[in-house]
Design a protein around this ligand. Structure first.
Ligand code: ATP
Length: 449
């Protein structure tokens, strides 16, 4: 299957090429020509995404008493997706061009005219009257459980992680002894057979979500909704994403899911325009009510303080780990001139950077490599670090700038004499002399946060 990316912008081209060159992201099954809009994370990419997920988990689960973690299976009972509305309604209107065989979402802004009518024009080949009328296409991947491919064994690859949380709401509530209001957080894979995936890892067919469902008493939902909206925005700015590149977009009546009371997207200004990468949704009691109805199991909450029974409302924060990684990479990317030379630098927040430090012997003699190795062995007990003794020191710095490594530790002649090393700051380019036996503390202080 050919890749279907629509990378047209220069900034995206540069990032995609850097991502491949430096081992952040590769196309899936590349040696076979790639698989449409499925991507693999290389050595640096897996660290970056893991750091994003860890920061999310820490702020959601570890730093809050009222949120519990969960890891539900990807495969779930097929009735889950009937109750959630995905079997009937998780569809996009699809349009085909009979001439060039390209596929579009019917709402693709590039289409001129009404698909199905003789005057409609294909945005790719320009033919008139060759676009089919829209057909509904379900985005869920299907597979079969057990050896016989019959209808009874049909299961879906989950298109979102949220449902795994709803169906476990009682299990978590009872086993954790939480009380409403409380939340459940989960990170995991989701799959959508997108009609028009693309823009690198922005819209893919397999991706990871970081979702948190917060269960509240009806009537307190507006307050919690506001709370979570601001909390999530703050989380992003604390991770160094430039606030002028972030904005809220409130869903209009047309955009709002039929069950939702209110919804805001957090958008980033991508090179291809302002687009969502996280959503905060007031989902009312729709999901739990539907699961109660379809499963026949009572999902009410008995408020111990008032003896009231109610089905909690849900405020959801739903982010894509891959889209967030794209935001972080685009936001960090910068090109600048240093001493007449161009340097490409990824200005990652140090806690997100795949490598925290790189260790360089200035030259490969005079005891420097031996000392550098010892220092490297010590540093990497504390943080993810890299050893590089190839090429001039300037080139080694440039390589780490491109990887987004915040600290470069150089072992020089003085190091051998007095046990100090220089630490170069990726952003300010300032160098400090630090005693080698204080390096672990020094880095820990810098990386705290
Ligand atoms: P879109 O309108 O872009 O398809 P959505 O509104 O369907 O997104 P949600 O269902 O709210 O998205 O999913 C929450 C988050 O999951 C999104 O903000 C995004 O970060 C991520 N996400 C959804 N679909 C994809 C995808 N195909 N590829 C990568 N990430 C995705």
């Amino acid at each position: 299957m050919p890749p279907t990316d629509r990378v047209t912008d220069n900034a995206m081209d540069k990032l995609v090429s850097l991502a491949k060159r430096r081992g952040f992201v590769f196309q899936s099954s590349e040696i076979y020509g790639g698989l449409g809009s499925v991507w693999d994370y290389g050595p640096l990419g897996v660290e970056l995404k893991k750091n994003i997920k860890e920061r999310w988990w820490r702020s959601m689960v570890h730093e809050r008493e009222d949120i519990e973690g969960l890891d539900a299976a990807i495969l779930m009972h097929p009735k889950v997706w009937e109750a959630s509305g995905h079997v009937a309604g998780f569809t996009d209107p699809l349009v085909d061009c009979k001439h060039c065989k390209n596929r579009f979402r019917a709402d693709d802004p590039r289409i001129k005219g009404t698909p199905g009518e003789p005057t409609a024009q294909c945005p790719v080949c320009g033919s008139k009257g060759t676009l089919t009328a829209p057909r509904m296409f379900n985005l869920m991947f299907k597979t079969f459980m057990g050896p016989v491919e019959d209808q009874a064994a049909l299961v879906y690859l989950r298109p979102e992680t949220a449902q795994g949380i709803y169906v476990n709401y009682l299990n978590v509530l009872q086993s954790s002894r939480q009380k409403v209001p409380f939340g459940i957080a989960q990170i995991g894979k989701a799959f959508r057979n997108e009609i028009t995936p693309g823009n690198f890892i922005f819209r893919t067919r397999e991706f990871e979500q970081m979702e948190m469902q917060f269960f509240v008493k009806p009537g307190t939902d507006l307050e919690w909704f506001e709370f979570w909206r601001h909390e999530r925005m703050q989380w992003l700015t604390q991770l160094g994403v430039r606030s002028e590149k972030l904005r809220f977009h409130q869903h209009t009546k047309d955009e709002l899911a039929h069950y939702a009371k209110d919804a805001y997207d957090i958008q980033y200004e991508f090179p291809f325009g302002w687009q969502e990468f996280e959503g905060i949704h007031n989902r009312t009691n729709f999901d739990l009510s539907r699961h109660q109805e379809f499963s026949g199991k009572k999902l009410e909450y008995l408020d111990p303080a008032t003896n009231e029974r109610f089905i909690p409302y849900v405020v959801e924060t739903s982010a894509g780990a891959d889209r967030t990684a794209l935001v972080v990479m685009l936001d960090a990317y910068s090109e600048e001139e240093v001493a007449g030379e161009k340097r490409v630098v990824l200005r990652f927040h140090p806690t997100l950077a795949p490598l925290k430090a790189a260790v360089f012997p200035l030259v490969n003699k005079d005891g420097m490599p031996e000392l550098a190795r010892r220092i490297f062995d010590d540093v990497r007990k504390h943080v993810n670090a890299f050893y590089d003794d190839g090429g001039s020191i300037g080139r080694r710095y440039r390589r780490q700038d491109e990887a987004g490594t915040p600290y470069g530790i150089t072992i020089d002649g003085q190091s051998v004499a007095d046990g100090t090393v220089t630490v170069r700051d990726r952003d300010t380019l300032k160098q400090e002399r630090v005693a080698a036996d204080r390096l672990a503390d020094y880095l820990a202080g810098k990386l705290r946060g």
